[in-house]
Ligand binder design. Structure first.
Ligand SMILES: Nc1ncnc2c1ncn2[C@@H]1O[C@H](COP(=O)(O)OP(=O)(O)OP(=O)(O)O)[C@@H](O)[C@H]1O
Ligand SMILES: [Mg+2]
Length: 276
């Protein structure tokens, strides 16, 4: 039998990120502790500038190595990520952790077509011909409502909108079955119909492959619908962490109460988002 600790796909302990400027060193996030279990969703909420993206970028070691330092421990299935070099991290990012970026343009190489990048990624996971990989990519793109996927594969990243690129990243994740998906505001750039599609597919990947998801969103409706647990960030710290029902029913921290009070009012019998 597995011990409880082994079910944690991602474990972050005492994470602190500092950035050096010309004049001094600033701490961007500190004392960050959380874990995400296999097949579960941890929602990360907090106001703009509270450190959500810095936290996710530090897990992936995507922050500028020259100006930032990361202290603490980031374990993926027991393997320490903090301190791995760029080459080792590239392997992990392509394979074990999928990242749906808030600024998706940065996730793609600008001079290569979407198809080139998508097909290469599939073929680094599954041994198949280019044609087969193209078919898999086209199917995964149709699943997330991307129209004319064959044409999109021939496009360059700058020819797609941010929301489209995020959906391409979700389609890639659906093909690579990562242990962890970090989704930073995956629905913000989308209209309601596409928000639902994206959430539905994230959830489907979780159910089918047991991926753990770190879901960053300022949208408490999305969090209520998707998350099992929620961590609330303020000023670079996690101020409250709880089961989703507990957090919404009985928030403990003053800031969480404020955040919940700022929600648009809903009628009691009205759920916020229907995934089906
Ligand atoms: N490279 C950097 N150098 C200096 N400060 C930075 C750097 N990157 C981020 N910050 C600062 O760190 C803080 C946290 O930023 P972060 O992008 O993580 O916020 P966030 O919670 O993701 O906000 P949002 O909801 O707007 O996406 C902000 O004050 C930001 O200005
Ligand atoms: Mg952010």
């Amino acid at each position: 039998m597995l011990e409880a600790g082994q079910l944690n796909v991602l474990e972050v302990r005492n994470l602190q990120v500092k950035v050096s400027t010309k004049r001094d060193t600033l701490s961007l996030v500190q004392n960050i502790n959380f874990e995400v279990k296999k097949g579960s969703v941890l929602g990360l909420v907090g106001e703009s500038g509270s450190g959500k993206t810095v936290t996710s970028m530090s897990i992936l070691q995507l922050l500028d190595r020259k100006t930032t330092t990361i202290e603490g421990s980031i374990k993926l299935n027991g393997q320490e990520l903090n301190g791995l070099n760029s080459k080792q991290m590239r392997k992990i990012r392509g394979k074990d952790i999928a990242f749906i970026m808030q600024n998706p343009m940065n996730a793609f190489t600008p001079v290569l077509t979407i198809g080139h990048q998508f097909i290469e990624t599939i073929r680094s996971h599954i041994s198949c011909s280019k044609n087969r990989a193209r078919e898999i990519a086209i199917e995964a793109m149709s699943d997330v409502n991307l129209l004319e996927p064959a044409k999109l594969l021939k496009s360059y990243p700058f020819q797609l909108s941010g929301g489209m690129l995020q959906r391409v990243m979700i389609a890639i994740a659906a093909c690579t079955h990562p242990a962890v998906i970090i989704a930073d505001e995956p629905t913000t750039a989308l209209d309601v119909k596409n928000q639902k599609t994206v959430l539905y597919h994230l959830d489907k990947i979780r159910v089918e492959y047991g991926s753990a998801i770190l879901l960053i969103s300022h949208d408490l409706g999305v969090i209520a619908e998707m998350a099992d647990e929620v961590a609330v960030m303020q000023n670079g710290r996690i101020v409250e962490k709880a089961d989703v029902f507990q957090l919404f029913d009985d928030p403990q921290h003053q800031y969480t109460k404020k955040l919940l009070d700022a929600r648009p009012l809903l009628h009691e019998d009205e759920t916020i988002i229907h995934l089906a």
